[in-house]
Design a protein around this ligand. Structure first.
Ligand code: GTR
Length: 325
């Protein structure tokens, strides 16, 4: 009896070991430049909860927020090479790598956030997703990032003329460099994490971003003039290393894709709330918000389109975007 008990116990241990091996959890790492609680971080965490639940615990996601794994340009390399499985970044740093990503980064192309949603949720969004595969990435979601506007520490901006000579940090994309030049100002692309100190020390006069970034990165502390010129409605992108995605079973691939889609609704909801909250925070902290006449900004963008939309594929995409009602 005693002997049998031991055998049974050994068998139970073996069975448990076997079960835990069969159900081994794969923890996928995901990077984000923003702090914990930011809508993109929470969107990816929600994706993680969904895949954990739907794969019965076989997969889960760990989000490394606050640029713990590096700045966006670096983490893009990491996810492309497979050092990192997942990454949530802006669309703009891909402009030099994935041609089609240029379209949603073009200034004043989207008429509104609703227009952007329709485009990114439809066939043009699918065309952009396919293009990312060529760069070794599977797009799991396009998230919201509202609209980007200029802010600076020197003066209020009420018209394009007020932009003259100012030095702005831009997100790392040539389109943004040329956009700033077309407005008569100077652009310095630099990693997000360097912006605060660069404004503080006067290396630059300001930068451009949405209210939640302006708020959470505390840029309003060093650049209080925010002008609502809303030059781009630039979506975020949540990507997975393609080789890692291809290793999943077809059923799991479907679970990942669906979870990505489901996380979009969640992120959009969180985003809308965060924009109002952040605007309130920065205004209470003394940010001065101006609403410049946008037409002057729009008119100045002609050379940016002339330089970046020369390719017939891009030209067609731009026309298609404009035709989306
Ligand atoms: C934010 C975006 C980040 C990062 C940042 C930047 O709006 O969410 O992913 O790209 O802008 O300007 O670098």
């Amino acid at each position: 009896m005693l002997h049998f008990g031991k055998v049974a116990a050994a068998f139970t241990v073996a069975a448990t070991l076997f079960a835990s091996t069969a159900l081994a959890q794969t923890v996928l790492k995901s990077s984000d430049t923003h702090p914990d609680g930011y809508p993109t971080v929470e969107g990816v965490k929600y994706f993680g909860e969904l895949i954990k639940e739907r794969t019965e615990g076989r997969y889960e996601v760990e989000v490394y927020h606050s640029a713990q794994l590096g700045e966006e340009k670096d983490t893009i390399e990491q996810v492309r090479s497979g050092v990192l499985e997942l990454n949530r970044v802006s669309m703009a740093p891909f402009n030099g790598t994935v041609k089609e990503s240029i379209v949603p980064a073009l200034p004043y192309l989207f008429r509104s956030e609703e227009h952007m949603h329709k485009v990114m949720d439809g066939p043009i969004g699918d065309q952009i997703k396919t293009a990312f595969e060529g760069a070794g990435l599977v797009v799991l979601a396009f998230y919201d990032a509202g609209s980007r506007s200029f802010y600076n520490r020197t003066k209020p901006i009420n018209s394009v003329d007020d932009m003259k000579g100012l030095k702005f940090r831009v997100i790392q994309s040539d389109i943004f460099v040329d956009m700033v030049a077309a407005l008569g100002a100077n652009a310095t692309p630099m990693p997000y994490g360097e912006v605060y100190s660069s404004i503080e020390t006067g290396v630059i006069d300001g930068a451009e971003n949405n209210f939640p970034s302006y708020d959470t990165a505390k840029h309003y502390e060093v650049a209080k003039h925010y002008s609502l010129d809303e030059h781009t409605i630039l979506p975020e992108v949540f990507v997975m290393n393609k080789a890692a995605f291809d290793q999943l079973t077809p059923e799991d691939q479907e679970i990942f894709r669906q979870a990505g889609k489901d996380s979009v609704a969640k992120q959009r909801e969180l985003w809308a709330a965060k924009v109002s909250e952040s605007r309130k925070i920065v205004e209470e902290a003394g940010a001065q918000i101006t609403t410049p006449d946008k037409q002057g900004f729009i008119d100045a963008m002609e050379p940016v389109y002339a330089k970046h939309v020369t390719d017939p594929v891009l030209q067609k995409m731009v026309d298609d975007v404009k035709a989306v009602q």
